[in-house]
Design a protein around this ligand. Sequence first.
Ligand SMILES: [Cu+2]
Length: 195
Amino acid sequence: MKFVRIAVLSLILITSYNCKEAKKEANEAAEEMEETMEAIEEEVMVETIAFKMEPKSDSNVEGEVTFTEENGMVVMKASFSGLTPGEHAIHIHEKADCSAADGTSTGGHWNPTAEPHGKWGESEGYHRGDIGNLTADADGNATVEFKTDLWCIGCEDETKNIVGKAVIVHRGTDDFTTQPTGAAGARVSCTGIIQ
Ligand SMILES: [Cu+2]
């Protein structure tokens, strides 16, 4: 009897030890899986594309622009040099083609929702490319930061997809009323937005 009791006891001990080990292993595996999933998610959800802006229309306006998409929000950051001090229009135009010396190969404003030209966010309507005006300092330098959930980088929705379009900076100021351009004058800097 005593022998049987010891045997049963040791069986219980062995079983519970094995269970604990198995549980520990399962927990470790789950943790590892979670870490991998987080890494994958981060890779998929944050995308950055960067471009150099080239001078157009005999200007010296150079710059850099980046677009970063995270959780459905696109942030544009840009910096420019070689501008005249003051306000200059900056838009997204409809074609990623900066080949023309005056930048007109990029076409008109990107306007996938067929709205009138205007100030971003106004109820009267605005183009999805109507970023607005930037302000250059006395040295001709300017920075821009712009954020919207109405853009995406390479998604299926063509009312949001900025890939295949162009960034244009103009010599003049966007008056937000002249149709369909804002009367911003010559195009002084250009880049295609290519993924
Ligand atoms: Cu423009």
